[in-house]
Design a protein around this ligand. Structure first.
Ligand SMILES: NC(=O)c1ccc[n+]([C@@H]2O[C@H](COP(=O)([O-])OP(=O)(O)OC[C@H]3O[C@@H](n4cnc5c(N)ncnc54)[C@H](OP(=O)(O)O)[C@@H]3O)[C@@H](O)[C@H]2O)c1
Length: 299
């Protein structure tokens, strides 16, 4: 079975690629920078170098594949984030149609079924495009990634965890390696049929206050959670170098997720619950970065 993956030098698809290779699958990695692939994997996968903006490349690189892992790469610079997302997805559609690709696993997000949530709602549009193109699809409606906390190492080192969401409201939170493992399981299984939406929820829902408590325990000193007012969100994102379109999409997502009545549509079940705890992630991945970084104030 031949499986093509985009974003294979990133978090989710990188883990999926590793899992697929160890399972003995024939993998094709569509990457812009092959040198970023771990050396241990590079010689064991078919590497296709190119960008997802190039539809002919995506179609050529996925020729002969039985399954495709698709995601919209993280971008800060898109002038029109929705158009960027859908243009890339149309390149996936072209590849699916030209190569009669049977199975697509898409890294989506909880909330993808709702309007007005910025890039999360764009992911919902991608789901529909893929479902219209391929006979068998699964959209992994993932929780927020624990790796998002990497953006906060400097402030956490100073004892503060800034949050854009209500500090007491619990949300599912998942390690990207667990999302990659779930994706790999779907990619390796050639028996399922039809279109599916699946939650990927991490081991438990946690509030930002609880994250701060866990971080304090792991670091051995207090970490205080502080909510950033929603009006400040867009400006803070622009200062970080996001285009106005991307900044607005993220701001919309946080405003929507921050509503008291917001809940992911997919209920937590044994199947959506994944193993990596925030405490183990904090100990193994976050704390070493926090210790290695220099302190700097501000959100
Ligand atoms: N963050 C969250 O909480 C969250 C929650 C749910 C769902 N998601 C979804 O997860 C996805 C991101 O997954 P991730 O964290 O694994 O991504 P990531 O780590 O940012 O990886 C993205 C990959 O895409 C590659 N890439 C970027 N632009 C490209 C282009 N134009 N052409 C080809 N390759 C390109 C990057 O490599 P190079 O730059 O080296 O090319 C990188 O390997 C997003 O679609 C997001 O909506 C995120």
């Amino acid at each position: 079975m031949k499986i093509a993956l985009v974003g294979a030098t990133g978090n989710v698809a990188g883990r999926a690629l590793e899992t697929l290779v160890h399972a003995g699958a024939q993998a094709v990695a569509l990457v812009r920078h092959p040198e970023k692939l771990p050396e241990s994997l590079r010689s064991r996968v078919q590497v296709e170098q190119g960008a997802l903006e190039d539809g002919a490349f995506v179609a050529r690189a996925t020729r002969g594949a039985d399954a495709l892992l698709w995601l919209t790469p993280t971008t800060f610079g898109a002038q029109d984030f929705r158009a960027y997302t859908l243009d890339l997805a149309r390149n996936a559609v072209r590849a699916i149609q030209e190569n009669t690709l049977q199975r697509v696993v898409f890294v989506s997000s909880h909330g993808a079924d709702r309007p007005g949530l910025g890039h999360v709602s764009f992911a919902g549009e991608v789901e529909k495009l893929l479902e219209a193109a391929a006979p068998h699809t699964v959209s992994l409606r993932s929780a927020g990634f624990m790796e998002n906390l990497f953006a906060s190492v400097e402030t956490v080192k100073d004892g503060r965890l800034f949050t854009l969401l209500p500090p007491d409201k619990k949300y599912p939170l998942v390690a990207t390696r667990d999302v990659g493992d779930v994706a790999a399981r779907w990619l390796l299984d050639s028996t399922w049929t039809g279109h599916h939406h699946r939650g990927v929820h991490g081991p438990e829902d946690l509030s930002a206050n609880e994250l701060a408590d866990i971080l304090g325990r792991v670091l051995g000193r207090p970490v205080r959670c502080q909510q950033v007012p929603s009006e400040a969100i867009r400006d803070a994102f622009l200062k970080r170098g996001m285009s106005p379109s991307v900044a607005e999409a993220y701001a919309q997502m946080f405003r929507g997720f921050g509503q008291q009545d917001y809940r992911p549509t997919e209920p937590r079940t044994g199947e959506t619950t994944t193993p990596t705890t925030f405490e183990s992630f904090a100990r193994e991945s976050l704390a070493p970065r926090i210790r290695a970084t220099s302190s700097r104030p501000g959100p």
